[in-house]
Design a protein around this ligand. Structure first.
Ligand code: GLN
Length: 447
């Protein structure tokens, strides 16, 4: 009830929640109390959380930040939702996001922009900006997010919290509305790396309902938190510290790296030579997959349907024209174009080749170091509206996050100091496949 009261007081100015599930939360909290009294409680009994509104929740609206799904109630829970529920966590509701998770500012939501609690004139980042802002404003201690090209790490960085994108295939995508299936990955967001590790224990795991879920033994992601950092080799990609990185962000990152050195780490310069190809490759592959994934929203089975139409074709086109916002339409158009006959080889196949080169860059760099460190975003949070009409400028701000998704690697954002205007700066740590525990260890030691 304390958190619900905090949401009532704070959310109107931040707009982090699309749905507050007051009744569901109170009932779940009651059940958790009873389970604790009976000695049958799960490890997260009574812990308040929130879900990004891209995870399907039985009986509670799942909008994906879109008019298309503004009235959609899923008949089932996402894997992540059911696992956290089974552990006893209490969901307070669903957090705001860029429409269908497409964006880096949280301004494309049908339910309005989210504001950054550190400065409400600024964006919280995106697309999991609702989750990040809710945590930063104290409305909930932890939340789920998804990361296709940075959507956990970038809002975590801009809001001064911690968020980890696991290796591709570690967290089941079942019930997570698909944006770009080969890149999408769910993960936890919280104040600390320790809380993220605890949450990840109840989000990860093999799931037969997701064909890309990996069959691996269950891990305890808290197991390495206390490990000293002596001997840790941190690689600093020279491409991540070049042109485009704001001076104040660079200074904050340098300070954070100095702290890590005091804790026993050493640094070495590494190179990710194909970094400049990551944005072009991503903004071909992600829209291509999105155009295919979003074809299911046709006004027939669920979602928005136009009120008036002459025939089936017009029902499709009017429903989609009315249901999707500008950014989503832009991605569908780009995606359909790059997949079309005659352009497929030139764009889509080419982008897949670049993807392989980008993944190889990381493998090469990780022979010289244990983890890679750098900024999450080139600047601290910027003002609302600044990039709203300039999608290319917004895409460029994803420079340091999207290559990780193309490679399928785990990466996190941990608080890394402040900008010259007093806004949080995120330090990004990238590891090799399944190095989540190591990344959480480094972040925990720094925190
Ligand atoms: N900003 C990127 C995009 O718009 C990443 C979004 C995400 O990770 N969901 O595609």
């Amino acid at each position: 009830t304390d958190y619900l009261a905090r949401i009532d007081a704070t959310n109107p100015g931040i707009n982090a929640f699309i749905t507050v599930d007051r009744d569901g939360a109170l009932a779940a909290a009651d059940a958790a109390d009873k389970a604790i009294a009976a000695g049958t409680a799960g490890p997260l009994a009574g812990v308040p959380i929130a879900h990004k509104d891209i995870f399907c929740t039985e009986g509670v609206l799942t909008t994906c930040g879109s008019k298309m799904l503004a009235n959609f109630v899923s008949p089932y829970d996402a894997n992540v939702v059911s696992q956290l529920k089974a552990a006893g966590a209490v969901s307070l509701g669903k957090t705001n996001l860029d429409e269908f998770a497409m964006g880096s500012t949280n301004e494309s939501s049908y339910f309005g922009a989210v504001r950054n609690p550190w400065n409400t004139a600024c964006v919280p980042g995106g697309s999991s900006g609702g989750s990040a802002a809710a945590i930063a404003a104290g409305m909930v201690p932890a939340a789920t997010g998804t990361d296709t090209g940075g959507s956990i790490r970038q809002p975590a960085g801009l809001c001064g919290i911690t968020g980890i994108k696991p290796s591709y295939g570690v967290v089941s995508r079942y019930g997570m509305i698909a944006y770009a299936s080969s890149l999408d990955q769910g993960g936890p967001m919280a104040h600390t790396a320790e809380d993220c590790a605890i949450l990840l224990n109840h989000m990860a795991g093999f799931d037969t309902r997701d064909s890309t879920s990996l069959e691996r033994a269950k891990e305890d992601y808290t197991r390495d938190l206390a490990k000293p950092l002596a001997g840790l080799r941190i690689g600093l990609p020279k491409e991540y510290f070049g042109e485009g990185l704001a001076n104040d962000v660079r200074a904050a990152i340098d300070n954070a790296l100095a702290e890590l050195k005091k804790l026993g780490a050493t640094t070495v310069e590494v190179s990710l030579p194909n970094t400049h190809l990551a944005i072009p490759a991503y903004y071909v592959i992600a829209p291509a997959e999105a155009s295919s994934n979003l074809s299911r929203f046709d006004g027939v089975r669920y979602g928005h349907r136009a009120a008036e139409y002459k025939d089936l074709a017009e029902m499709y086109s009017k429903s989609r024209a009315e249901g999707f916002g500008a950014e989503v339409k832009r991605r569908i158009l780009v995606g359909a174009y790059v997949l079309s006959h005659g352009y497929y080889d030139a764009y889509y196949i080419k982008a897949q080749q670049l993807r392989r080169l980008i993944a190889q860059d990381f493998q090469q760099a990780l022979t010289q170091c244990d983890v890679i460190a750098g900024p999450v975003a080139p600047t601290a949070a910027w003002e609302l509206g600044k990039m709203a009409d300039d999608p290319v400028q917004m895409y460029l701000a994803d420079l340091y996050t999207i290559a990780v998704n193309l490679a399928g690697l785990p990466a996190l954002s941990t608080p890394g100091g402040f900008s010259s205007t007093g806004l949080p700066v995120g330090l990004q740590l990238i590891g090799n496949y399944f190095a989540e525990s190591r990344l959480l260890n480094v972040a925990h030691q720094l925190q």
